[in-house]
Design a binder for this molecule. Structure first.
Ligand SMILES: [Fe+2]
Length: 399
């Protein structure tokens, strides 16, 4: 199995170049919201309404959709760990390279057909390259949008695909939240260039108020490769860093590996640590970690660097040594190119995903990793990273 780029996909996937010159994602997102979500309910606050048990768990995968070995290598472990979960969220790049509806069978429905619970998602830049059409069709059931275009026969395709796997409920929008008495899960769409429009920012401010514990899931990390990201997300980080909003963790896709940073936003007494997780190892080609600086040398902006300790406050997968060794095994031309150009789609894959467990007043978090296609007994392997016991995060309900 190999990940391929057709000419049409190649053209569509060049949209990030156009988007650098003129990014129309925000206006397109607003149009989708007007045409789909708000047409059904003008007062919709985009809550994904579903019943959850007092104690529940869920999976978060990132950057899944290549449809090749680098996606499939993780699937058995995902299904194994996901048996008792309530749902899965895929955070960014559900379908490479260009989000097209036609690719959903191979890159979404078939890989996760044995996962028996709902799967929700937020789009990544690649899902936006077809103007979010495939994503809206499959996750938001936006078929009514296409009924006036009978020549677009593929818009009925989901009927067949839903025989492979079917959600109980569709999500209301490409950005939404899920509520539980102990935690609110806020899912954000950051488009092609890691920006959000004014309407989404207003919505985020509204759903972020109150000290109820919150988890943000986004396609764009604030801290990645040992640096504070220079992207256009400052207003969002300000909301996350405000202790009165109750954010405890951010999980982001986009970079194809696992990185965890415990960041204390400032030295002020009321400032509480927020875990910032890069969780993009769900299926796309591996990105190296061995060039990430040591915790002492990281450039984390205003964050309180003094409190970031190697191993306890920072962790990455693959480890620096494993990443270096894997790069050495690559063909020469791949070794000299940066990861983004020289794709690392061979074993060892070092793919990963997260499982989060709400238990009473605590949130436990785990990351699981898979190096290569596993035997049945390997499915019971231990997490590569965990927050449990004394490290579990205390949760607080709405005030
Ligand atoms: Fe990606």
């Amino acid at each position: 199995m190999a990940f391929t780029w057709s000419v049409r996909n190649l053209v569509l996937s060049r949209r990030h170049v156009l988007a650098k010159l003129r990014d129309t994602t925000n206006s397109k997102r607003k149009r989708w919201v007007q045409h789909h979500a708000l047409r059904r309910n003008p007062n919709d606050d985009f809550q994904l309404k579903r019943t959850l048990q007092p104690d529940f768990s869920f999976l978060v995968l990132g950057d899944t959709g290549e449809g090749d070995a680098s996606q499939w290598v993780l699937v058995k472990k995902v299904v194994h760990e996901g048996k008792s979960t309530a749902f899965m969220i895929i955070a960014s790049d559900v379908i490479y390279p260009a989000g097209r509806s036609k690719a959903y069978r191979e890159k979404f429905y078939l890989p996760y057909q044995d996962y028996d619970h709902d799967i929700y998602a937020i789009p990544g830049n690649h899902d936006w390259y077809d103007e979010l059409t495939g994503f809206m069709l499959h996750f938001c059931d936006a078929r009514s949008h296409f009924r006036n275009f009978p020549r677009l026969k593929w818009h009925m395709e989901p009927n067949d695909l839903r025989k492979i796997r079917q959600n109980e409920i569709f999500q209301p929008n490409m950005y939404f939240y899920i509520d539980h008495p102990k935690i609110r899960i806020v899912c954000l769409d950051t488009g092609i260039n890691h920006r959000i429009d004014g309407d989404q920012l207003d919505w985020l401010r509204t759903v972020s108020t109150g000290t109820q514990s919150k988890l943000l899931i986004t396609g764009s990390p604030f801290y990645v490769d040992g640096e504070r990201s220079k992207r256009h997300m400052d207003p969002v980080l300000k909301i996350v860093n405000d202790p009165s909003n109750g954010y405890i963790m951010v999980i982001a896709g986009n970079r194809h590996n696992f990185q965890a940073y415990r960041i204390t936003p400032s030295t002020e007494a009321e400032s509480k640590p927020v875990w910032h997780i890069v969780n993009g190892g769900g299926g796309a080609s591996r990105r190296s970690t061995h060039k990430i600086p040591k915790a002492d040398d990281m450039k984390l902006g205003n964050a309180s660097k003094a409190q970031l300790r190697e191993d306890t406050d920072f962790y990455c997968y693959p480890s620096s040594a494993d990443s270096k060794a894997a790069k050495r095994q690559e063909r020469l031309w791949r070794r000299v190119l940066p990861d983004a150009l020289g794709r690392s789609d061979r074993p060892p894959y070092y793919k990963s995903f997260m499982k989060l467990e709400v238990d009473g007043n605590q949130l436990r978090a785990y990351a699981y990793g898979v190096k290569d296609f596993t035997r049945q007994e390997d499915l019971r392997s231990e997490p590569i990273w965990r927050l449990e016991g004394a490290e579990a995060i205390s949760l607080s309900g709405p005030t």
